[in-house]
Design a protein around this ligand. Structure first.
Ligand SMILES: [Zn+2]
Ligand SMILES: [Zn+2]
Length: 348
């Protein structure tokens, strides 16, 4: 068999399942048979309105876990039959930003992205094999191992929040990222995690995953709610993962003097957000933007899945064959599901 199926992104609102040639690994590369490729909010955004990084027509999907079927010259750490998972990008480690330890800002990161995991087979380029491909822990299913990339981003958001043992952490946005960040925050020492959202169903998932308090913005002012739980001070740390300019502003009102905010969600290009400058300045608040992942957080994500520190099972709401990727994204758009595992082994 030399041909395979792969989902292609043609233009906003249009995907196509194509018959293409199975890739061959070049030097340093591996080819894997996809066991599970998880759907992602970035795919949905790109599908609906295009994406800066999407150059259609292009192979689609970027989260993955699978089994190595071919290994290129020079690859030593993987062999045929190995179960693997990982990220779909890797820094150059030589540019201005990488030399300063800011690998998520690597000038080559955008060109390093590897797409095409909604397919029977997926080629992993050498720079990713070298840095961000890992052996799948045996006790983690392929579908859960597909979460390594988004979890690595979530971990990067949380470790940049400098959570101290005993802190109260408020997270805005109970989507896949917020629900993972909540668990990471707890495992790095937060004593109390408050989840703020809108949809009550998602907030109940947060509660089931260990949120100490949940609050829907449909029921009042989340800032007042957080203050009522913290003697009027606000949370020690706030992580904004909801993706709206209102919640970016709200994050600043919700943090205590001397606290830290991570503005984690990306807003559409050119968005302006207004802030309470008095609280930022006189309150000595630290506000950071955090984007993407670094190789160290990819490793941490693999470990978090293996140890059970992060439970992704409640975020995964079913498996679908390649034929149903478009339908699956539409189900995400309607907020019926958080994430789905695309499993090429299933029949449409
Ligand atoms: Zn993703
Ligand atoms: Zn770089």
């Amino acid at each position: 068999m030399s041909s395979m199926r792969g989902v292609f992104f043609l233009e906003p609102g249009k995907l196509e399942l194509r018959e293409v040639t199975i890739p061959e690994p070049g030097p340093g590369e591996v080819v894997i048979k996809i066991e599970a490729a998880t759907t992602c909010g970035t795919d949905l955004k790109g599908y609906k309105r295009g994406h800066r990084l999407f150059r259609p027509p292009m192979p689609f999907g970027h989260e993955y876990a699978g089994v190595v079927t071919a290994v290129g010259a020079g690859v030593k750490q993987f062999r045929e039959g190995d179960a693997v998972c990982g990220a779909n990008s890797a820094p150059c480690n030589t540019c201005f930003f990488c030399r300063r330890g800011q690998q998520s800002l690597c000038i080559g990161i955008e060109d390093s992205f590897n797409f095409g995991s909604y397919a029977d087979y997926f080629r992993i380029p050498a720079h990713i094999v070298a840095q961000n491909l890992h052996h799948k822990p045996e006790n983690v299913s392929f579908a859960h191992a597909g979460f390594v990339e988004p979890l690595a981003c979530a971990v990067n958001g949380v470790i940049n929040a400098d959570i101290q043992f005993g802190d109260t952490v408020a997270i805005i946005g109970p989507g896949a990222q917020g629900l993972m960040q909540m668990q990471v925050a707890r495992s790095v020492g937060a004593a109390r995690v408050i989840m703020i959202g809108r949809a009550r169903g998602r907030l109940e998932v947060a509660r089931a995953l260990g949120a100490d308090a949940i609050f829907s913005s449909q029921d009042g002012d989340p800032v007042e709610f957080v203050k009522s739980l913290t003697d009027g001070r606000g949370a020690d740390v706030v992580i904004e993962s909801a993706g709206a300019s209102e919640t970016w502003s709200q994050a600043l009102l919700m943090v205590r003097k001397g606290g830290t905010i991570v503005q984690y969600s990306g807003l559409p290009g050119g968005t302006q957000v207004s802030f309470d400058a008095t609280h930022l300045h006189y309150g000595g608040v630290t506000m950071k933007g955090v984007f993407h992942l670094i190789p160290r957080t990819v490793e941490m994500a693999v470990q978090a899945l293996a140890s059970g520190a992060v439970d992704v099972a409640p975020l995964l709401e079913g498996s679908i064959p390649l034929e149903q990727v478009e339908d699956g994204l539409l189900r995400m758009a309607r907020s019926e599901v958080i994430k789905l595992a695309v499993e090429p082994g299933l029949t449409g």
